[in-house]
Ligand binder design. Structure first.
Ligand code: SAM
Length: 281
């Protein structure tokens, strides 16, 4: 028996169908409805475990009324399981709007935890896990992607990315040009699946590994990149500050621009001033 009027956010396997919790199976069997990103995909999982619960399609493009219908059913006493195609819903997957709407309506929202590709990758990457930044998918368009990577130039925490097979090479090339190409990286390909592969090395050597064999660029990828060293990040922050001072100097005196930018970015005013003067010479 499970409690009524509850939205269960259920994690499902990221490749190996055995990676599902007993509780997830129990909940998927007991709820009145399963709201799935792609009903055909989820049907395979349900068939494997002999789960007969009714499925309905739900994704972030579903219109407002689709979410409202689910909320109404929850209010009427039904329980609903939200699942995505793989892993944990809401993690680069649909469901955020529904969870917000359920919470706003005062309904109970419970997690049924389980696999997520980024946690699986981090747990074996051999890069620091005490602090990390989950970046999901970088923007596909070059301009916004460059902007996101430029903003990460000063990131000292381990960074975790998702990437599609047709963009994996371009993504690592862009990372190698924004970070030092000697930066340590872990590439987790097809985690938990039959052709699972792990590559650890530098950004440069990872690109050679990708080019080595056609299969290396196929499938699903998690990329884990080491954070920058403090000194390298400080240098990147200073470079950014110098560029901003150069822009502001068109509007105000150099002294004022340096004072403003150093206060804004939390950098040493004297050091920034010294560097700007040096550049002028
Ligand atoms: N919600 C999922 C989760 O919790 O991990 C992520 C969904 S997102 C739409 C799909 C992306 O996750 C893939 O493009 C890939 O980057 C990553 N991914 C999912 N399964 C994976 C696997 N088995 N191996 C490597 N990466 C995977």
């Amino acid at each position: 028996m499970i409690q009524g009027s509850t939205l269960f956010v259920v994690s499902t396997p990221i490749g190996n169908l055995n990676d599902i919790s007993l509780r997830a199976i129990e909940v998927l069997k007991a709820v009145q409805l399963i709201a799935a990103e792609d009903t055909r995909q989820t049907q395979k999982l349900l068939n494997h475990y002999g789960i007969k619960t009714r499925l309905t399609a739900f994704h972030d493009f579903s219109d407002h009324s689709a979410a409202q219908r689910l909320i109404q059913r929850l209010k009427n006493g039904d329980s609903i399981a939200l699942v995505s195609d793989a892993g944990t819903p809401l993690i680069s997957d649909p469901g955020f709007g529904l969870v917000v709407a359920a919470r706003r309506a005062g309904l109970t929202v419970l997690p049924i935890p389980g696999p997520s590709a980024f946690v699986a990758a981090l747990s074996v990457a051999g890069l620091p896990t005490d602090r990390f930044s989950f970046e999901g998918f970088l923007p596909a368009k070059p301009g916004p992607r460059e902007k996101s990577l430029a903003a990460l130039a000063t990131e000292q925490r381990t960074m975790v990315f998702y990437e599609a097979p047709h963009r994996i090479t371009r993504m690592l090339q862009a990372c190698a040009s924004h970070f030092e190409s000697s930066r340590q990286v872990f590439v987790g390909r097809e985690l938990t699946k039959r052709f699972e592969q792990h590559y650890s090395g530098t950004l440069t050597s990872a690109l050679s590994w990708l080019a080595e064999n056609n299969h290396h660029t196929k499938g699903e990828f998690v990329v884990v990149i080491a954070g920058g060293h403090e000194s390298a990040c400080q240098e990147a922050r200073m470079k950014k500050a110098e560029a901003q001072v150069a822009e502001l100097r068109q509007e105000m005196s150099m002294k004022k621009a340096v004072a403003f930018i150093s206060a804004f970015l939390g950098l040493s005013k004297n050091e920034l001033y010294r560097r700007v003067l040096e550049q002028d010479q």
